[in-house]
Design a binder for this molecule. Structure first.
Ligand SMILES: NC(=O)c1ccc[n+]([C@@H]2O[C@H](COP(=O)([O-])OP(=O)(O)OC[C@H]3O[C@@H](n4cnc5c(N)ncnc54)[C@H](OP(=O)(O)O)[C@@H]3O)[C@@H](O)[C@H]2O)c1
Length: 249
């Protein structure tokens, strides 16, 4: 993995944090991005592999200027990255009748518009540098399933899947593979309070293995998509959910 660089969004917490340690141990150079630069710098110091290069970048994916700054940083310092992982994302929990226009705009600009803009900027660099690139979008099993109070989240994650397939189709000729991972429920800041509630416990009690996942359960799939041996895989959606979506979520 030496001399390969990954741009990882949403690195400061949860799944992104776990990915950061894992990718560092594999020997990738990293650009870790999210809004909380202090947290990213703390993460950087906690990474044990000191033989790789790690840059931290403040990035707000809802802000096109902030995205341009990161893309320009890559242009000026590296030319391009080898891999983009679009991981930053939020949920807003509410019934449809109680959602506001500002909720709609905030979640779509974080989960869809941001990843679309970043992927476009990064793909242009990969194409200019004639790199065999990889883009991995973190969707969710809620892209293809629905539960109450997660309508906007489900809608954004479905959009991300269609974005994945469209980009895979158009960019195959440039040797850019675009795939999505659709995780099931994984304990992170996004949901840890919910899974302590009665409704949370009732929810995971219905699943085949009656448990919520941990971020490390996604690492084998991430590794597979990064491996050159999976070059033939593009436009794919890899569901990693412990069978959660086999029964009513
Ligand atoms: N946890 C699950 O059960 C689950 C299941 C399926 C899919 N996912 C997806 O996995 C991804 C990671 O989620 P997580 O569970 O690890 O949640 P998390 O712990 O809340 O992490 C979310 C990450 O996104 C970043 N982020 C949020 N808004 C941002 C913005 N405007 N600009 C840049 N970065 C932003 C946050 O960093 P800052 O606050 O520093 O900006 C943080 O690093 C998300 O796309 C989520 O939808 C999660």
């Amino acid at each position: 993995m030496s001399n390969k660089t990954i741009l990882l969004t949403g690195a400061s917490s949860g799944i992104g944090r776990e990915f950061s340690h894992y990718l560092a141990n594999l020997g990738f150079d990293l650009i870790l991005a999210s809004r909380n630069l202090d947290e990213l710098n703390k993460l950087k110091s906690s990474i044990s592999n000191k033989n790789i290069s790690i840059h931290t970048q403040a990035l707000d994916v809802t802000d096109s200027k902030s995205i341009n700054q990161v893309v320009n940083f890559i242009d000026e310092n590296l030319g391009s990255v080898d891999v983009l992982i679009n991981n930053a994302g939020i949920t807003i929990e509410n019934f449809i009748l109680d959602m506001t226009l500002s909720d709609f705009d905030r979640i779509f600009s974080t989960n869809v518009r941001g990843p679309w803009l970043i992927a476009n900027g990064i793909a242009k660099q990969m194409i200019n540098k004639k790199k065999e690139g990889k883009i991995i979008n973190i969707s969710s099993i809620l892209a293809e399933n629905v539960i109450p109070k997660q309508s906007l989240y489900s809608m954004t994650k479905s959009a991300l899947l269609q974005m994945t397939k469209s980009m895979a189709l158009e960019w195959a000729r440039y040797n850019i593979n675009v795939n999505a991972i659709s995780p099931g429920f994984i304990i992170t800041n996004m949901n840890k309070e919910f899974f302590d509630t009665i409704n949370g416990i009732k929810m995971y009690s219905r699943w085949p293995n009656k448990r919520v996942g941990n971020p490390d359960m996604l690492l084998t799939t991430l590794n597979y998509l990064l491996d050159n041996k999976s070059k033939y895989v593009t436009g794919a959606v890899l569901t990693v959910d412990d069978g959660q979506s086999l029964k009513r979520i």
